[in-house]
Design a protein around this ligand. Structure first.
Ligand code: ADP
Length: 361
């Protein structure tokens, strides 16, 4: 809207307002005069025509004056108590629309404004805080994903270039192609984990509940790591209660065991020990995975369930920091609990507890 049309709108509004104001004052004056003449007739008081016309003029002026006074007072009240807080909220909302999630509104003074505005402002600030949290997570996620994608791609690129050399021994050719295969495996793992995590986060993956044997699942999952524990001469100790039946999502829970076992093997050095136990305590199943590996500090322990967090960078090329984030998400979906106890240099112990009947939750 340009300035000219804005002015003409204001003048038109003012013009209408004055007509309404004068008409309104005239009607009130007539009513008052009618009331005075009825009252004076009933009291037997007789006014001259001149006196009546003077009284009517005076009443009209007084009505206009008092109405003006109230109008000014009401406009000021509206400006302080309504327009100001509304403008503050509108300004902040405009900032948020433009992507500035740092916008916050100071509470208004309740002496001058309705307390309802402070309730709206409180809700607005909470919403802005949530939005800025989501925005930070999104930005971090993109930065982490790009970094994690670039690393194996660079490895593949390097090995690919080296493979192009005209004279190359069979040994070197094998080494470079193995490097490419390993980088491709990492890339594929990363993408699979990101997709799974995304699905779980968005609640698109609904648990498909069925009854199955948890003891068998844990044994089968552990056996997948046989090559690794043999290579590192790790002793495996098991205390798995037989025939523990649960009603839950088999596929989702296998993610938990695979990640916990994979970490235990990864972070345990040669000749170490990994112990796995399963116990059913009434309706609850308790699984413990304990290792005599490198362990972690309490500071690291506080972040291990975050996406892309890697406390021990010496093993970083073997993982992507998504394993425990996935584990935590699945355990949350199962309404279960996961605890970690760890001592740096001594080992870690992960305990998972959940109800044996998911459909009960
Ligand atoms: P990744 O194993 O790919 O690094 P995870 O999400 O599985 O990612 O684990 C996150 C971090 O938690 C690891 O980088 C490591 O620092 C720590 N961690 C997990 N399991 C163990 C363990 N058994 N022993 C010591 N540290 C562990």
């Amino acid at each position: 809207m340009n300035r000219k049309t804005r002015y003409s709108r204001v003048i038109k509004g003012l013009h209408n307002w004055i007509i309404f104001f004068v008409l309104f004052s005239f009607v009130i004056t007539c009513c008052l005069m009618l009331f005075i003449s009825v009252l004076s007739n009933s009291l037997g008081i007789v006014f001259s025509e001149e006196n009546l016309s003077d009284a009517a003029k005076l009443t009209f002026i007084n009505v206009i004056f008092i109405s003006l006074l109230f109008t000014v007072f009401d406009s000021l009240r509206r400006w302080f108590m309504v327009n100001r807080p509304v403008n503050k909220i509108l300004d902040a909302a405009k900032k948020i629309t433009k992507g500035d999630f740092s916008a916050r509104i100071q509470p208004v003074n309740t002496l001058f404004a309705d307390d309802g505005f402070n309730k709206i402002i409180e809700c607005f600030n909470k919403m802005a805080e949530e939005l800025s949290g989501i925005e930070t997570l999104r930005a971090d996620f993109i930065a982490n994903v790009s970094h994690e994608l670039k690393t194996p791609l660079a490895v593949m690129q390097n090995y690919g270039t080296m493979l192009q050399q005209p004279v190359l021994s069979d040994e070197k050719r094998l080494e470079y192609s193995k490097g490419i295969t390993e980088a491709a495996r990492r890339l594929s793992n990363l993408i699979t984990n990101i997709l799974k995590l995304n699905k779980l986060k968005n609640q698109q993956m609904f648990p498909s509940v069925k009854e199955y044997n948890l003891s068998e699942q844990i044994c089968e999952s552990l056996l997948q790591f046989e090559n690794e524990w043999e290579k590192k001469k790790i002793t495996i100790k098991t205390d798995i209660e037989d025939g523990v039946k649960i009603r839950s999502d088999e596929e989702l829970l296998s993610l938990v065991w695979n990640n916990l076992f994979s970490n235990a093997m990864k972070f345990t050095g040669e000749n170490g020990t990994v112990s796995v136990s399963l116990e059913s305590k009434g309706d609850v199943a308790v699984i413990n995975v304990k290792d005599t590996g490198c362990g972690m500090t309490p500071e690291v322990g506080a972040h291990i369930f975050e996406k892309f967090y890697q406390g021990d960078t010496s093993h970083s090329e073997k993982g992507n920091g998504l394993g425990l984030a996935l584990v935590k998400r699945v355990v949350d979906i199962m309404h279960g609990e996961i605890r970690v106890e760890s001592v740096l240099g001594k080992g870690s112990s992960f305990t998972v507890e959940f109800d044996r009947n998911l459909s009960k939750n």
